[in-house]
Design a protein around this ligand. Structure first.
Ligand SMILES: [Zn+2]
Length: 264
C-alpha cells in the first residue's frame, strides 16, 4: 500500500466522525412530541411560501464567545433566499445570550431553553421566525454537532464543532459550522422525507431523514467509500437537485405535506 493511500485511510477514519451525526434521533423524538411548537418540518410551507408570512427573521442567540462565523450567517441567508419566497426579506438577528445551561444538553433542554430565549413566537403577524441557539457545552452524545428539535428550533454546539475539524484543519471548523447550520435548516425545511414523500430515491435507507448523495448538505454522514470529496476539505453546504425539487414540489402543492402548523 502506498503512503498516499495509507494517508487516505487515516484521513478517512478521522473524518468518518465529522458532521451531522445523530441529528435524526432528535428528529424522531420531536416527531413524537406533537406539541404546539410543531414537529421538525412543521413550518416548511410557512417558509417556502409567501401567502401569510411574507417576511422571515432568523434569530441566532449565542453564548459569549460562541458567535457564528460571518460566513455561516451570510451562507444561511443565501440558502434560505434560494428556496423561501419572502418578498419582505429575510433578516438575521444576532444576540449574545447567557443560557441557563452551559455543559450538558439534550433535546428537551434545547426545546425549553430555546423557547425561553426566543424574542417572539415563530408565527407573528406576517413574520416567520426561526431560532438558533449556540450555547456552551455539548450534546449528551458529543458526536452531535447540531440538532433540530421542533418546527422552529435548532441548536449548534460550537465546542463539538471545533473538535470535529479534520487533520490539518481541513475541513476547518468554520467549514463544518457552515455545513451543519445549513443541514439543520434543511431539516426545518422538511428534508429528507420528514413531512412529505419524495418522488426521487434520495433518502438514505439506513439514515432516515437524510440524503444518500454526498454532494448534498443533507448527506447523512461520511462513509469510507464516499470520502473522496471530503479529502480536499470541501464539505457539502448546498442543497442538491433532489432536495431543491422536493422543496419546489412542496411549495407548488405537487407534493403533499403532513404535520403543517400553517397551510395556504
Ligand atoms: Zn441531520
Amino acid at each position: 500500500m502506498s503512503k498516499q493511500s495509507m494517508l487516505g485511510i487515516l484521513l478517512a477514519s478521522l473524518l468518518v466522525t465529522v458532521p451531522m451525526a445523530g441529528c435524526i434521533d432528535e428528529i424522531t423524538d420531536a416527531l413524537d412530541e406533537g406539541e404546539s411548537w410543531g414537529k421538525v418540518g412543521g413550518l416548511t410551507l410557512a417558509c417556502l411560501r409567501s401567502d401569510t408570512y411574507s417576511k422571515m427573521i432568523v434569530e441566532i442567540d449565542y453564548a459569549p464567545g460562541y458567535a457564528p462565523e460571518s460566513s455561516t450567517v451570510s451562507l444561511l441567508k443565501q440558502r434560505l433566499e434560494q428556496v423561501c419566497d419572502k418578498p419582505g426579506g429575510i433578516s438575521m438577528n444576532l444576540n449574545e445570550e447567557t443560557f441557563s445551561e452551559t455543559s450538558s444538553w439534550n433535546a428537551d433542554l434545547v426545546r425549553s431553553v430555546g423557547h425561553d430565549t426566543m424574542d417572539e413566537s415563530p408565527l407573528s403577524g406576517s413574520t416567520l421566525r426561526w431560532h438558533v441557539i449556540m450555547p456552551q457545552g455539548s450534546y449528551s452524545d458529543d458526536s452531535v454537532l447540531g440538532v433540530a428539535v421542533d418546527a422552529s428550533t435548532i441548536a449548534l454546539f460550537g465546542d463539538s464543532i471545533d473538535d470535529a475539524n479534520g487533520l490539518f484543519n481541513r475541513p476547518s471548523s468554520e467549514e463544518v459550522e457552515n455545513s451543519v447550520m445549513i443541514h439543520e435548516f434543511g431539516h426545518l425545511l422538511g428534508l429528507v422525507n420528514l413531512v412529505y414523500t419524495s418522488p426521487a430515491d434520495h433518502e438514505d435507507p439506513d439514515h432516515p431523514g437524510h440524503s444518500n448523495n454526498d454532494e448534498s448538505v443533507m448527506y447523512w454522514a461520511v462513509e469510507s467509500q464516499s470520502l473522496n470529496s471530503f479529502f480536499t476539505g470541501n464539505l457539502p453546504n448546498e442543497f442538491d437537485a433532489d432536495d431543491l425539487a422536493d422543496m419546489e414540489g412542496m411549495k407548488s402543492g405537487e407534493l403533499s405535506c403532513s404535520d403543517q402548523l400553517w397551510r395556504p
